[in-house]
Design a protein around this ligand. Sequence first.
Ligand SMILES: Cc1cc2nc3c(=O)[nH]c(=O)nc-3n(C[C@H](O)[C@H](O)[C@H](O)COP(=O)(O)O)c2cc1C
Length: 585
Amino acid sequence: MNSSQPTSQTLLTAPRPRDVQVVEIAPQTTVLRSRTWERLKFEVEYSLCQGTTANAYLIQSDRTALIDPPGESFTQIFIQALQPYLETAPLDYIVISHVNPNRMATLAKLVEQLPQLTLVCSRPAAQALRATFPHWEHRLQTVCSPYDRLDLGQGHQLRLMPMPTPRWPDGLCTYDPAIRMLFSDKLFGAHLCSDTLFDEDWRKLEVDRRYYFDCLHATQARQVQTTLDQIAPLSIQCLAPGHGPLVRYSLSRLQNDYRQWCQHQQHQTLRVALIYASAYGNTAILADAIAQGLLQAGIAVESINCELSDHTHLAQAIETSDGLIIGSPTLGGHAPVQIQATLGVILTAAAKTKLVGVFGSYGWRGEAIDLLEEKLTDGNYRFGFETIRVRFSPDTTALKTCKAAGLQFARQLRQQKKKQAPRQAITETQTNRTEQAVGQVISTIGVVTTCQGDNHSGVLTTSVSQASFNPPGVMIAIADTPYAQRFLQPQAPLVINILKEGRTVRRHFSHQPQPGKNPFAQLSHHPAQNGCLILDEALAYVECTVQSWMPCGDRWLVYARVEQGNVLEATGITAMQHRKSGRQP
Ligand SMILES: Cc1cc2nc3c(=O)[nH]c(=O)nc-3n(C[C@H](O)[C@H](O)[C@H](O)COP(=O)(O)O)c2cc1C
């Protein structure tokens, strides 16, 4: 066979060349998807090998803005695809949802071609751009608060919302009310390349979406939940992520999935704080790969970029985690000061029973890694894996080592916890098991409000359930205290405010009214028809009147008929109480 002729094998596997898919997706709005059908980079997030798309969005109104031009590997074909649009209207703004060296290369080309450009980004992104391009100072427009706007005219008044996370401290989401589209950058994406623009086949995307979430967001679940809360009030018709298909058909499904995946992290029994600093991104890549090993083994991981985290949060994470893994680059023979400070906190405050691990990227001697290992060894901490040292950028082998280290750390942590569990007498153990079993009964979290004249009160409850269907009625368990008398009266009015997952309303209430405290003072509310208060942040509420009651152990069981109710927010999910023990109210 002539070796220059393609074989059937080569024909079958020949990859499609990179290209840019250009489609108008809404009035005056075009997506330019730079596509590759091959694995783009070696990082673990691309390892499903489905290719990816780097989505940029162009809004052409009275003024023109481009959101998120792609990285260096697409610069040339992207600018070619953009060119016809630039001829009709010059570009006024580029909105940058996060910066990285790759994207800077494309930005530099665009700025060279379009000298009038203004770059709109968060404060940390502006700092990074300033450091590389000091002469861009005059063209940087910094977003400071979630209420900042960029008015392109004709209703395209872009709302710019900083959304910092440990991985993208410069993160920014942009909402266009004219087309009800949220440009969500790293949120709600998937590394997947296809001709299909939207998510009409969203069930087929589930694996890719979950994998993407696990790689990019599982270790920053707390911040992702905050972001979900921030975008919840927006009226969204389309989520426009930085990678993969646009989300139009599974809008609430995907947001709910994100909430549940975040909560899943919080319900794991073992937690690891993965603390690092990374000036050029190499140590951060190692951290991500270690996290994948831990997550795969069912350990909750909190990533903490200690250059951005405040001291209180860091100290709390160190105290509450079962294991601590710390990573550092070496710069000028030292660890960055934030790493040194974190090490100080660990050595003085972290229990010696905590399992530890050390890793880092270095150039020639790796003094910072040595320092971390030495101090933790002297402090008598036990190591969950052998210290990982990687010169400069990690390759695939280094990342495999990191992931394996994460898995090993998880194994050791479980073994250690088993050994530390106190040996209990059989009867005591059985009692605990029964309590744990009862604790598996999940209940809705609500705030029950009552009123006597102008005297309003509200208590947190996890003990509401539907008791009858026709007529609709609910059952509430109330602690046997003098306060219960409010409920033990025929026709007593009450409102059950069913809380929304992710909101912080519950912290204003306790299981008993607190003397001298008026929780309603800090919360927006209005009266129901029966006079009791409705919390505006509730997911739903029902107005009820008490019908009957009976004593049950340490509670009163109160049966109340539902008179009317309403759902205040169509897209949220009900807050649930997950308990470890049936003794916990
Ligand atoms: C200004 C500077 C100083 C550095 N000093 C050291 C050093 O003293 N010892 C060493 O082993 N590596 C040194 N390096 C190499 C870095 O540790 C290496 O680039 C590493 O990959 C950085 O990790 P990061 O990307 O997580 O910041 C230095 C690098 C720079 C840019």
